[in-house]
Design a protein around this ligand. Sequence first.
Ligand SMILES: Nc1ncnc2c1ncn2[C@@H]1O[C@H](COP(=O)(O)OP(=O)(O)OP(=O)(O)O)[C@@H](O)[C@H]1O
Ligand SMILES: [Mg+2]
Length: 348
Amino acid sequence: MKTKLGLIFGGMSTENEVSVMSANSILQNLNKDKYEIYPIYITKEGDWYKYKKLDNIEIDQNLSNTEKIENIIRYLQDLDVIFPVLHGAFGEDGTIQGLFEMTKKPYVGCGVLASSVGMDKVYTKIIFNRANINQARYIYLKNYKYKYIYVDEEFNEKDITLDEIADMVENKLGFPVFTKPSNSGSSVGINKAKNKEDLKEHIKYASQFDSKILIEEGINGQEVECAVLGNEKVVASCVGEIKPAEEFYSYDAKYEDENSKTLIPANLDEKVSEEIRKLAVKAFKAIDGKGLSRVDFFVEKDTNKIYINEINTLPGFTKISMYPKLFEQVGIKYSDLLDKLIELAISL
Ligand SMILES: Nc1ncnc2c1ncn2[C@@H]1O[C@H](COP(=O)(O)OP(=O)(O)OP(=O)(O)O)[C@@H](O)[C@H]1O
Ligand SMILES: [Mg+2]
């Protein structure tokens, strides 16, 4: 008997198109002798459709080859396992994982808590701090309708003006700094500020995407990533490096600019790589991760000091994405990796 696998892609986030690319690679590499595949497309508006082709996923304006699913809960209940290939909001943040929990069906990847902690940059930092993993220093702000609130380490809140924030950033962190909406992905809403004037503009810009904003000390160094796989026993891949074509790894540098390069393995001392692999597993455990994650770090120039940046609980999954490439490098083929992830989901 084949396993009935629901492959869910698209989604209500800025990363809808990236998700379609990831799902297409997965569809083509799933073992068709093992799985009966049910592709499911979620539109940006949040409507669910069966996707009726099994060779190649192409989503056009008219939603060709699709049929609307009226009752998604009932539809999911007929499956054996669900593979969400969704990035960002409503896919990687615990919300859809909550829906899966309610259907009582196993699903690939992290549960509700790990997904939502991993998606929220402020809360990720709070957990990493608790786990004593070194990271860039930061300031946490909230914004409500043009009013800014500074939130201190004990979650006390204080109204603050943009000028006061700029002074605080200069004193506490120094420039450059990165401004980030706490919930985002694919670098949307993120900017690098080199002075107070830019910073104030960037805070206003980030505020459009989320009411929680993170201002983070800029780290000058290599940007490296490590993939992890497992539930209770977790393995780490080798470490890979990204070389953004632009000043930082912005949305365009990630998906549009062909000059962004990846290097596997990363150009690092063996000791540093080993430490990163350990920290990747530690970070995954700290957020209570399951299945998979890609953990991103900076290695500071000259000092070789390691800073954790973030954890992505549903990383990009095209054939050329970092997650599968890192495992391929250590001998796990793409289609075997998919089998492994599905096994891990079912075994929980
Ligand atoms: N503190 C920092 N120091 C130096 N560079 C940074 C820092 N924070 C972010 N960057 C740069 O900005 C990019 C985007 O930041 P970050 O990885 O936090 O965002 P993201 O939107 O979550 O990306 P992802 O798609 O990986 O989830 C990083 O890849 C890096 O190039
Ligand atoms: Mg990132």
